[in-house]
Design a protein around this ligand. Sequence first.
Ligand code: MG
Length: 177
Amino acid sequence: MKPKLYYSREEMFILNRDKLLERGVTIDDISIIAFNQQKRYYENVEYNLCKESVEKILSLRDIFHLLQLGVEIDRLAEVGAFNGPIQDIIRYDLGVFGIDEIFGLDIARLYGAIGQTNFGDIDVNKPGIVEKLNHDGKGDKDSCHTFLDDIVGAIAAAASTRVSQIMSENEAARKDN
Ligand code: MG
């Protein structure tokens, strides 16, 4: 059988959405982080714009590859499928292991320096689902979310930054600006 390598944006969105759901993360969990981050700057920011931004980002090819790979790494570490030292390093989320942050930074980089700064804020303050993933994946718990917490935080940061760009566009279009 011919291997399937190419996916449409619609297919990538659905596969990403379902992969997140398998790991207990909804689109609303991510959208609310983007919304709360932008609410600090724009009091009239709309939740639907945040959700639409998360959905758009989940349909991008680079995000598809990073999300699908990162979640599989977590799952494989959960079942002890890696050989050598990397098994425990990933499974127990070693603090100085930075490859999961690289995944996050790469996602956030889609939206430039501000995207990465917004990711840093989420990475440090761990709002909502990011804190839950971090907590549920630590130590001897059954689940491993070493990569997922960064991926989710970075998608929220990218969506948040997209929203701020749209809000800036709207501001620029105002006649009295
Ligand atoms: Mg992590």
